[in-house]
Design a protein around this ligand. Structure first.
Ligand SMILES: [Zn+2]
Length: 374
């Protein structure tokens, strides 16, 4: 049963890859049906897979795939999807979908909120300066960060991969990764679509933010290639999966960037953290179904940065495709900062830092406690 699930999951990822990167059309509701049936047959479904059991459920699948087709997802459609997820989580014995995710990821909402708010406060002064300097709003952040520090960037995906794989000394991992660079393609994507077949897509590196995105996706690809476990344990919970990628991304920045590039990337990170934290804080509150959603959204966002469109809350893919995961990006950055501080205190030389994390990844990837770093 487990083997069937893993095979079906990889096929689903293969179809997603072909749809997103190669422009082939697939009916993903068929993959959802197959995955759901296998999970249902497990009876009872393992706690680890409870989220997948809900995410591939026919009721969720139908709504989600329809939303993903829309250019501007409607707030009503998002709320209907949230309600469906909640009802299914309740059938599994949880209060709601949010409580289920927190439970499976071993996190507590209040403590996560406190950490995110503290991070906002730490960066506030510099963020305000940058917001004024670049005319940043909640709505334009992802376009603006691509323009910051824009000048010919002397980095190429293949050269970076050569350098990092040599430093990490993992030729077996390099062989598994196929990298597609397309200036018209999506910003960044990495997935395992079969045993020994990992795909990585990115845009050419024409700005420091593109470099950052490439290093992030490369981190996912490397983590998947290093993972030797072929059982269900190969699937990390989203907390470990995303936070680990953010930690690695920042360690790779330390390796490949000049001092000036690192300083600009620090500013980009402060801007992105501000945007992601407000989105995460809003999502926690949204899941309590306030009557005045737009007011809640406006209050949370404008505390940190200007907002152009108070109805834009339903546009982030985090509201439907990857619900309740956005907090792991800023938390991953916090974990990296804490880790870097520890390594500074221990005076770990730069040359040893990547090998240290490689040892950690090879040793115990499944049980890795990334949350312990925040
Ligand atoms: Zn990621």
């Amino acid at each position: 049963m487990e083997k069937t699930f893993i095979k079906q999951y990889h096929t689903y990822q293969k179809h997603l890859w072909e749809q997103l990167i190669e422009g082939k059309a697939h009916d993903l509701t068929k993959d959802d049906q197959a995955l759901y049936q296998t999970l249902k047959d497990m009876n009872p479904v393992k706690p680890f897979l409870e989220q997948a059991f809900i995410d591939h459920h026919p009721d969720v699948s139908k709504q989600l795939r329809a939303i993903e087709q829309q250019d501007h997802p409607q707030p009503e459609a998002i709320l209907r999807l949230m309600k469906t997820r909640d009802l299914l989580a309740q059938a599994q014995g949880y209060d709601d979908y949010k409580t289920m995710i927190m439970n499976l990821d071993h996190i507590k909402e209040l403590s996560v909120k406190k950490k995110l708010i503290a991070k906002l406060q730490t960066d506030q002064k510099r963020r305000q300066t940058l917001i004024k300097q670049h005319g940043i709003t909640y709505d334009n952040v992802f376009q603006v960060v691509n323009q910051i520090g824009l000048k010919p960037v002397a980095h190429h995906p293949e050269t970076i991969m050569d350098q990092l794989f040599e430093q990490l000394d993992i030729p077996f991992a390099r062989k598994q990764i196929t990298c597609v660079i397309d200036s018209n393609g999506i910003a960044g994507y990495a997935q395992k679509i079969g045993e020994g077949d990992i795909r990585l897509a990115a845009r050419p590196i024409t700005s420091l933010n593109h470099l950052k995105t490439f290093l992030h996706e490369l981190s996912h690809a490397i983590t998947k290639a290093i993972q030797q476990d072929t059982s269900l344990n190969q699937f990390l919970r989203s907390q470990s999966y995303e936070m680990l990628a953010v930690i690695l991304e920042n360690m790779f920045i330390d390796e490949v960037c000049t001092q000036t590039e690192k300083e600009t990337l620090r500013d980009i990170q402060i801007i992105l953290d501000g945007r992601l934290i407000t989105s995460a804080l809003f999502e926690f509150d949204l899941n309590d179904y306030p009557d005045n959603i737009e007011d809640v959204f406006k209050t949370i966002v404008t505390h940190t940065m200007p907002l152009e469109d108070p109805t834009s809350w339903s546009q982030d893919t985090f509201r439907f495709s990857d619900p309740l995961t956005i907090q792991y990006y800023p938390l991953g950055h916090l974990a990296y900062q804490n880790l870097a501080h520890i390594m500074d205190q221990e005076a770990v030389p730069q040359a040893h830092r990547l090998l240290w994390i490689k040892a950690l990844l090879l040793d115990n990837l499944t049980d890795i406690d990334v949350g312990g770093l925040i």
